[in-house]
Design a protein around this ligand. Structure first.
Ligand code: GLU
Length: 399
C-alpha cells in the first residue's frame, strides 16, 4: 500500500511502542517490570468510576457536542478559575481524547508549511513528530542540565525568527520532572511580549504531581496579558489515574479553539460521553486521594533516587514534579556488558536492561537527549525495589 510522505516522515512514539512491547512480553509470561510508559499504577478512584456507571445507566451513551458536554465545560471553566484564577468562557474550552489529541489538533489547525515551533529539549517524544506531521519545522532547543533542562529567556530569544509561531512549554516536564517557577515564566513572558506573532502551548498534564513544597504555576496565570496567546492544555490521565479514559481539555483563544473543534468534528467527533461524565466527577469531586498519591510518589521518588544514585554518578537531582527520573548513563556507554555485548549508546543500554534483566525504561534519545534513560516511578514499591536491584546488577556487569 502506498503511504504518504508525511506519515513516512514521522517516527512512532517510543513511549507507546515500548509500553506495548512490555505488555506483550508480560502476556507471554515474561517477568518484566514496566517502568517505561508513564502511567500511574493506582486505579481510578471509586467515585469517578461510579459516575461513569451512573452515566451509562442513565443512557448518557450518545454523541455529545464535539467540544464536550456543557456540564463538563462548565466544570472545567470553574476549575480554571478556582485553581489558576483564569477566567474563560465555555466557548473558549474544548474537550478531546487526551491532552495529546488537543496538542495535535492545535498544531494542525494553526501551522502553515515551513513555520517553526520552538521545543525545549529534552522534550516529550510526540511534540516534534506532531509538528512535522502538521508541515511545521520543529526547532529543538537544547536546554542545559545545569538549568534543570529548562529553557532560558536568552535561549528562547536566540531561536526566534520571523517563521516562529509556537513555543511548547511543558511543566512539570516529561521526561525531566523539571518545574518552571513563577519568576522563570515571567522572564520568558518578557521575551514573548516582543514577538506578538508567537503563541504558546502550555502542556500542564502533570500540574498536580508536584513535590517538596514547590508550587505549580502556568504561563497564562502569571502573564494575564498573554492569555489570548496561550493555549493551556491539561487532562485527567496522570493526576486522576485515568490514562485509558482518554480525556484532555484545552482553553485559549476563541478562534483557535473554534478551529480545533472544526477539525475534531471532522475526525473523532466528541470524546467518550461516559468518560466525560466521569471527568465531571473527577474535577468537581473530592481530591483528597491525591494527597495520599503524592505522598506515595514522593516516597517512591526518594526510594529509587537513593538506590540508583550510588551507581549513576551524574544522577544528582531529584525531580520536583511528574513521576520520572531522567538518569545520565553515559559512563556505561562504549563499555562491554558481561564480556560479550558492547553498549554503544543509551538505546543499547535500555535494550540489554530489558533483554537480560526484564526492566523496561525509555532511552533518552527518544526525548532528544542521548546518554540518558527515563524511568517512571509511578509503580509499586515492591516493583521499584526489585527493578533498582536489577539495574544495579546490570551495571555491575558492565566493564
Ligand atoms: N505520556 C506518557 C509517556 O510519556 C504515555 C505515553 C505517551 O502517550 O507518550 O510515557
Amino acid at each position: 500500500m502506498k503511504l504518504s510522505k508525511k506519515i513516512n516522515n514521522i517516527l512512532p512514539s517510543n513511549t507507546v511502542v515500548l509500553g506495548q512491547k512490555a505488555r506483550e512480553l508480560i502476556s507471554l509470561g515474561k517477568d518484566i517490570i514496566q517502568l517505561g510508559e508513564g502511567e500511574p499504577d493506582f486505579n481510578t478512584p471509586d467515585h469517578i468510576i461510579n459516575a461513569a456507571l451512573d452515566a451509562m445507566n442513565k443512557g448518557k451513551t450518545k454523541y455529545t457536542n464535539v467540544a464536550g458536554t456543557q456540564e463538563l465545560r462548565k466544570v472545567i471553566k470553574k476549575y480554571f478559575e478556582d485553581e489558576y484564577q483564569l477566567s474563560y468562557q465555555e466557548d473558549q474550552i474544548v474537550v478531546g481524547n487526551g491532552g495529546k489529541q488537543l496538542i495535535f489538533n492545535a498544531l494542525l489547525a494553526s501551522i502553515d508549511p515551513g513555520e517553526e515551533v520552538i521545543i525545549p529539549s529534552p522534550y516529550w517524544v510526540s511534540y516534534p513528530q506532531m509538528v512535522s506531521f502538521a508541515d511545521g519545522t520543529p526547532i529543538l532547543v537544547t536546554c542545559p542540565s545545569n538549568n534543570n533542562f529548562k529553557i532560558t529567556p536568552k535561549l528562547l530569544k536566540n531561536h526566534i525568527n520571523k517563521k516562529t509561531i509556537w513555543l511548547i512549554l511543558n511543566s512539570p516536564g516529561n521526561p525531566t520532572g523539571s518545574v518552571y517557577s513563577e519568576k522563570e515564566l515571567i522572564d520568558l513572558a518578557k521575551v514573548l511580549r516582543d514577538y506578538p506573532y508567537i503563541n504558546v502551548i502550555c502542556d500542564d498534564i502533570y500540574s498536580k504531581i508536584i513535590y517538596d513544597n514547590e508550587s505549580f504555576v502556568t504561563l497564562a496565570q502569571v502573564a494575564p496579558d498573554l492569555k489570548d496567546r496561550v493555549l493551556t492544555v491539561n487532562g485527567l490521565s496522570k493526576s486522576y489515574a485515568m490514562t485509558g479514559w482518554r480525556i484532555g481539555y484545552a482553553a485559549g483563544n476563541r478562534s483557535l479553539i473554534n478551529a480545533m473543534i472544526k477539525l475534531q468534528g471532522q475526525s473523532t467527533t466528541n470524546a467518550s460521553s461516559i468518560s466525560q461524565a466521569a471527568a465531571v466527577a473527577a474535577l468537581s469531586g473530592s481530591k483528597k486521594f491525591l494527597d495520599d498519591w503524592i505522598q506515595k510518589y514522593h516516597h517512591r521518588r526518594n526510594l529509587t533516587f537513593d538506590i540508583l544514585n550510588r551507581n549513576f554518578p551524574k544522577f544528582k537531582i531529584k525531580p520536583k514534579g511528574a513521576f520520572y527520573h531522567f538518569i545520565n548513563c553515559d559512563c556505561f556507554l562504549g563499555k562491554i556488558y558481561n564480556s560479550e555485548k558492547k553498549i554503544n549508546d543509551d538505546i543499547d543500554f535500555c535494550k540489554y536492561l530489558l533483554e537480560y534483566f526484564g526492566v523496561s525504561v525509555v532511552p533518552g534519545s527518544s526525548f532528544g537527549c542521548s546518554g540518558y534513560f527515563r524511568l517512571c516511578y509511578a509503580k509499586s514499591e515492591t516493583d521499584l525495589k526489585k527493578a533498582c536491584e536489577r539495574i544495579n546488577k546490570f551495571v555491575s556487569l558492565i566493564k
